[in-house]
Design a protein around this ligand. Structure first.
Ligand SMILES: NC(=O)c1ccc[n+]([C@@H]2O[C@H](COP(=O)([O-])OP(=O)(O)OC[C@H]3O[C@@H](n4cnc5c(N)ncnc54)[C@H](OP(=O)(O)O)[C@@H]3O)[C@@H](O)[C@H]2O)c1
Length: 298
């Protein structure tokens, strides 16, 4: 493998592949070849980044120092095995996937025939290529590779996007990904629950969103500027036991699951309130009593 990263190929022309290829092309990296399940998608991306659209994954490997395997998680291992079966040796080649949940072992078949392997996970929600191209620069990336030269390439690629590197210890990738899912995906779940509750009171969707969007973006901004625990607002940080009790009673009238979730989240918020100097005695007594009532009813 040359010290210089001369060419990057892509297997998978979806949201993540389409974004990374475009951004690295803009930053001056040579994108050599693109293969995807649907040839028209490979061609569209290849045309956008001055690459060749090819009709086999092996052709990407042949044309590239570094091949990015940017396909759904459950396709990564089978594709790596397919590449391994068809190529006697991948010596001198690097293969990297972008999954958050899988670690580098998903590519062990490629490593067994000489490839340098790694993973590069952008901690970013790719809803579509256009907005991701605008907003990905500056994001954090989990970088994993034991190969010094490949690790250097990956750190260079992250730096080209003004990215931050998240250090995670070996074997911790699944927990790392679970943490990101809690922050990103379940924010959407909580938003949907709040929207449903507001709409059950007669608000239409536009009015519910008008109420929720400034709260969510304001909270994200407070987290960015002030961090934890200062971004926390609301009844717990005021030790407002009466309000929390009334919230629980109101939720129990319409949705027992929502009430149980509220109780659980309140319990998990207590350490943050304590870090803000709130005395927890009354809140803890309330939540313990609520837990007892919950157990009696179950
Ligand atoms: N989306 C996110 O927010 C996000 C964030 C970080 C990391 N990731 C990771 O990035 C990877 C790709 O995710 P994505 O969101 O880009 O998925 P995606 O938009 O669904 O794109 C996947 C691409 O892979 C292609 N493909 C599927 N099976 C294939 C196969 N057997 N051979 C060749 N190409 C195949 C698809 O083909 P066609 O379109 O050509 O049919 C599609 O272009 C995953 O590992 C995911 O976990 C995703």
């Amino acid at each position: 493998m040359s010290d210089q990263l001369r060419s990057i190929g892509f297997i998978g022309a979806g949201k993540v592949g389409g974004t990374l290829a475009r951004l690295w092309h803009q930053r001056g990296y040579a994108i050599s070849a693109v293969y995807s399940r649907t040839f028209a998608h490979a061609r569209a991306l290849a045309d956008a980044v001055g690459a060749e659209a090819v009709d086999t994954p092996e052709a990407v490997i042949a044309a590239s120092d570094l091949t990015m395997l940017v396909v759904p998680d459950d396709q990564i291992r089978p594709l790596a095995e397919q590449l391994t079966l068809r190529s006697r040796s991948l010596m001198g080649k690097a293969v990297v996937h972008t999954s958050g949940a899988l670690d580098v072992r998903a590519l062990e078949s490629a490593a067994a025939v000489g490839a340098s392997v790694g993973s590069l996970h952008p901690a970013f929600p790719f809803a579509d290529v256009e907005t991701a191209v605008l907003n990905l620069p500056g994001a954090a990336f989990a970088v994993e590779s034991e190969d010094v030269r490949l690790r250097g390439w990956l750190l260079g690629l992250v730096a080209s996007l003004d990215g931050q590197v998240v250090a995670i210890s070996p074997g911790s990738k699944v927990l790392y990904h679970a943490a990101l899912v809690i922050a990103s995906n379940y924010t959407v779940t909580l938003y949907a629950l709040a929207e449903r509750l507001l709409m059950s009171l007669g608000a239409d969707r536009a009015a519910a969103e008008a109420a929720l969007n400034p709260l969510v973006t304001g909270t994200a901004e407070n987290l960015r500027l002030r961090g934890i625990p200062d971004a926390l607002t609301g009844p717990l940080v005021r030790a407002d036991v009466g309000t929390v009790t009334e919230h629980l009673r109101a939720l129990e009238m319409v949705d027992m699951d929502a009430a149980a979730l509220y109780r659980q989240l309140a319990r998990m918020t207590l350490p943050l309130a304590a870090a803000r100097g709130v005395s927890l005695d009354a809140l803890m007594r309330l939540l313990a009593q609520e837990e007892e009532n919950e157990n009696d009813h179950s």
